[in-house]
Write a protein that binds this ligand. Structure first.
Ligand code: ARG
Length: 284
């Protein structure tokens, strides 16, 4: 007689995935017209039509997963505005505006702030340099919530304290050391309320120790997946939308019970951005 040993099945999708509300900005004026990270090369042609098709597939992917997507119009003079994650941080229906370190992107901050105001998210302007969810990633909810905050290239340490004050949350500062991974969201992804994935080599030794201590069960991504910005991913707690090229990471996620959803955003990668960069979460 054959006995089939049932492995305990993971919690059903519906109970693990949470419906999200995202803000995106169409790449109507996308381009690589200056260099503020090592991915950008203005000498390399950008196919804006292709960027738009890839971005639209990402938007539809969110809709198909049951999420809401809001849109902010793109400003002609801001070729990086498609990277909505940098537009601010929204927690409990309250927003903190962004303050960009590079003058090239400074004009985006008031546009995002205005949009957040009209949407009723009561934004306040930032005192210190922060590039929104690019460097400020929320893990958990309610009293267990922490914000993982990157520094080293963009967002300042002072901004980490400002985030703590604005939202009354615990903030864990993490130092990025590899210029290719200049924003926290290029090297670390939040998978659910307790789990993250990250690429250890992107962090200083002290920050690596902190991450090991706080997240002993984290998914560790290798150099190949990091180099296609596979960690620049968006999870609803179960489905993880990530670069289609990050195939090993997708396998690791599957083994852990997540459902990876690959999308190709290769044209946006020419500006150093990926899936998460295009996506700002509006937390109710
Ligand atoms: N070219 C943009 C910059 O360097 C890319 C931003 C990517 N956004 C992100 N959340 N990582 O600022």
């Amino acid at each position: 007689m054959t006995v089939l040993l049932e492995t305990p099945s993971p919690a059903p999708v519906e109970s693990r995935a949470r419906r999200r509300r995202y803000l995106m900005c169409p790449p109507d004026h996308f381009g690589v017209r200056y260099v503020i990270n090592p991915w950008m090369d203005p000498g390399r042609a950008v196919d804006r039509g292709l960027a738009h098709r890839q971005w639209d597939i990402l938007r539809r992917t969110y809709l198909d997963l049951g999420h809401t997507v809001e849109l902010i119009p793109a400003l002609p003079e801001q070729p990086d505005m498609v990277f909505a994650a940098n537009g601010g941080l929204v927690i409990d229906g309250c927003a903190l505006g962004a303050r960009f370190v590079h003058p090239e992107r400074a004009g985006e901050a008031p546009a995002y702030l205005d949009w957040l105001r009209v949407a009723g998210l009561r934004p306040v302007g930032a005192e210190h340099v922060n590039e929104g969810e690019g460097d400020l990633l929320v893990v958990g909810a309610g009293a267990d919530r922490v914000v993982l905050a990157g520094t080293g290239f963009r967002t300042s340490r002072e901004a980490h304290a400002e985030v703590g004050r604005r939202f009354g949350v615990a903030v864990v500062s993490l130092r990025l050391v590899d210029p290719r991974y200049y924003h926290l969201d290029t090297a670390l992804a939040v998978l659910d309320d307790r789990t993250i994935a990250y690429h250890p080599a992107a962090f200083s030794p002290a920050s690596r120790r902190a991450l090991r201590r706080l997240f002993p069960d984290a998914v560790l991504a290798g150099a190949q997946d990091a180099a296609v910005l596979g960690l620049n991913a968006v999870s609803d707690g179960h489905h993880v939308v990530l670069a289609a090229q990050a195939t090993r990471l997708a396998g690791q996620l599957r083994e852990r019970g997540y459902q990876p959803v690959g999308v190709d955003v290769s044209e946006l990668l020419k500006a150093g951005g990926g899936v998460k960069c295009c996506t700002l979460e509006l937390r109710p």
